[in-house]
Design a protein around this ligand. Structure first.
Ligand code: SF4
Ligand code: SF4
Length: 447
């Protein structure tokens, strides 16, 4: 009894289901949450806009993207070095979808599998129930595909597009295609996707070290079952070998592998075999033979070494990239202005004024309408055109022809060279927050 208390049975399945439920709720709710009109993540190709951490960025501001991608990939490398294929077992949509389809719909609801602990046995017959299972999953796949698209088309727009599906055939086609792929993937490809298609499975092992947490069979206690991929016996023969040969760990494995062979690319880190063995060994008052631990920890009997040079280095680099990203995002401009001179250098008017013409491209990168205008930092130079403010809706752009003029007297004063001027543009209704400066030149004629 004391052994049972010392070695409680693991229940990773329950923890995973709770974690999946939380992730699913977050994925479904997050696209609906807006702060200041912006989403947590939204990449709008139609409006060339990125929303990130409830800030909106224009495509001209995508200088932030490299930092976002660096942080994304470094976090994957860091988590893989630390916890092996923790992503596959705990967060990957493929794993979550398969658990919903196989364990919930097929096994719990439709009783197509007799026993949730045997994922190897194929389903015999029962075609009608199988069809019902695919039908239920198809509805959920439709929702999952829509949920994915909400990170590219905001849900409020998506719903109105669906109401006018005829006018949005392209989007409906993409939705249909993603839904069809999810149905095919989950119903027919199943774990073959993880084993043969997923590129992450191929590259993750190079990031492992002896302290990486993995699913490991303790062959010192359990006994050697395989020798270079050749199965020696079902149950090891020596009396001190603890493995009972029950193969509960094999039957429950969704990727149909025997973890007693050693670490394999096919293992998705679902920890079902750990639960299965801990139940078997727990009844005998012993500790599980398959555990979620590191090689070094298993050999030494000490705790897993999480803080080591590689993991600390990853954390430092991720922290630096995050600080740079946070700093750069504070530099966001809520309006953009590009100034181009026209091909004509200058013009002298009948009233003996010098005029220079420009094209100003204003863009409102804020999430509400603003009226823009600008000042020139040279008192000799006046704004001839436009006289009225430029009103732009959220996200809108507008080209404006701008004419600046200077009295003839300035010609003598400044000679025949171009004069640098500074344009201070601003939103009239929010000058404190929305203002930018651009440099350009004003050209005077020859003396
Ligand atoms: S579940 Fe444990 S005891 Fe049973 S075969 Fe697997 S490793 Fe051996
Ligand atoms: S060996 Fe199979 S059951 Fe065990 S963690 Fe890997 S995929 Fe899951």
């Amino acid at each position: 009894m004391s052994n049972l208390i010392d070695n409680p049975q693991s229940n990773y399945a329950k923890k995973r289901y709770i974690f999946y439920s939380i992730l699913t709720c977050i994925a479904l709710i997050l696209p609906f949450i807006r702060i200041g009109g912006n989403h947590f993540f939204l990449l709008r190709f139609d409006k060339k806009q990125l929303h990130l951490l409830f800030n909106s960025f224009d495509t001209q501001e995508l200088y932030l993207m490299p930092f976002v991608l660096i942080i994304f990939f470094l976090t994957i490398f860091f988590l893989t070095t630390l916890g092996g294929r923790v992503w596959c077992g705990w967060s990957c949509p493929q794993t979550i979808f398969r658990v919903i389809y196989r364990d919930l719909i097929q096994t719990k609801i439709l009783k197509l599998h007799k026993n949730i602990n045997n994922k190897q046995k194929p389903i015999d017959g029962q075609n009608f129930k199988k069809f019902i299972g695919v039908a239920i999953w198809s509805v959920l796949a439709c929702l999952a595909a829509a949920n994915f698209l909400w990170f590219f088309v905001p849900p409020e727009d998506f719903i109105s597009y669906v109401k006018n599906a005829g006018e949005h055939k392209f989007l409906m086609g993409i939705w249909f295609f993603i839904t069809a792929f999810i149905i095919f993937d989950v119903v027919w490809l199943a774990e073959k996707f993880c084993v043969y298609v997923c590129p992450y499975a191929r590259i993750q092992s190079v990031m492992f070290d002896d302290d990486t947490v993995q699913v490991i069979y303790d062959d010192k206690r359990g006994g050697k079952i395989y020798d270079k991929n050749i199965k020696l016996w079902k149950k090891p023969p020596e009396p001190e070998n603890e493995c009972t040969g029950c193969e509960a760990c094999v039957k429950i494995c969704p990727t149909h592998i025997d973890i007693r062979k050693g670490m394999q690319l096919d293992c998705i880190n679902c920890l079902e075999c750990v639960d299965a063995c801990s139940k078997v060994m727990g009844k005998l008052g012993k500790k599980t033979l398959i555990d979620w631990t590191s090689d070094n920890s298993l050999k030494s009997g000490k705790k897993v070494n999480y803080l080591r040079f590689r993991t600390i280095a990853y954390m430092v680099v991720i922290a630096i990239a995050a600080v740079i990203l946070a700093f750069m995002s504070t530099k966001k401009e809520y309006m953009l202005l590009n100034i181009n001179r026209t091909s004509e250098l200058y013009k002298i008017t009948k009233s003996n004024k010098v005029e220079n013409a420009y094209t100003f491209l204003f863009q409102n990168t804020d999430n509400k309408e603003h009226a823009y205008y600008f000042d020139v930092n040279n008192t000799n130079i006046k704004i001839e055109r436009p006289k009225d403010e430029i009103v732009l809706k959220a996200g809108a752009k507008k080209k404006v022809v701008v004419v600046l003029s200077s009295e003839a007297i300035s010609i003598d004063k400044n000679g025949n060279k171009p004069v640098s001027i500074s344009i201070a543009a601003y939103a009239k209704d929010d000058k404190e927050r929305i203002n930018i400066k651009r440099e350009t030149i004003f050209v005077y004629p020859e003396k």
